[in-house]
Design a protein around this ligand. Sequence first.
Ligand code: AMP
Length: 317
Amino acid sequence: MLKQIYEEIKKYNTIVIARHIGVDPDALGSQFALKEAINLNFPDKLVYAVGSKSSRYNYFPKLDRYEMTDNQNVLLIVVDTPDKKRVDINRLDTFPNVCKIDHHPLIDNFGGIEYIDTKASSASELVLRFFKENNVEINKNIAEFLYYGIASDTNRFLFNTDYNTFQIVSDLIKEYDIDVEELYSHLYARPFSEVRFQGYISENLTLTENGFAYVIISNDTLLKYGVDASSAGNMVNNFNNIDEVVAWATISEDVKNGLFKFNIRSRGPVVNNIAERYNGGGHALASGARVKTMEEVQLLINELDNICRVYNEKEGD
Ligand code: AMP
């Protein structure tokens, strides 16, 4: 299938590469690796990496603009995104051929060739696999994009990591002489306000008797700490491996978009099928959701708490 995607790339002069909203380093890493590699191997093609920017990730290149007008013969490749509603692009349905490379469980079919491996550590790992299978030439810059993606989506090799992940990363580091420490200094740089804010979250997590921990962060709190609605999501992984916590969520008020953002993580119970019913989704143990009212916030908290209870009962058997 990766060979077929390569054949599609060969056919088109214009290629647009998109990824999910709420961008992260794996989405950007896989997107820019693909863009730069197509540029390197097919210098005559026009390649656009599109989507909204985030100043947090300014160690990646600038994103491009691409305005789709009807009947343009372009190939759209979507990376790291399973569902149409989360593709960060205008007029998705007007693209005649949409391929997908993703490591999330399938939600929507985009119409073209779809390469999905939910066992892969990251979309960046799959893009690397795409390069290898098709003998696509890459360079240090591209290897670094891939490293950002793999390292961040595995939370620095804490999860979704096995022998193969270390093997491919080790090969990348060796072959392209990657300065890992320098890349981490970009990936993990954060403002002092976020460190204070992390302290707030630690202090204010509510832990239920079933082992579900959550914190509701109001807009006033975000203003007080000088952070934005996506900040809690950037640190939700830091609350892993707490003895008493089975699953946990940060719930941030997003006044700009009139909603509450859930960042959900789990050490056992599957949470993405619940998140999907609350305008969300994701991986079995790492999901997000968006709800509009406090009533829905409470309903989702109750469901997550309940899934922890069920999980504990099964584990106790
Ligand atoms: P996050 O908590 O933002 O790091 O997201 C964890 C996982 O859930 C990622 O795979 C996201 O792509 C996915 N995800 C987050 N929010 C949503 C949403 N509203 N709808 C679908 N998937 C989401």
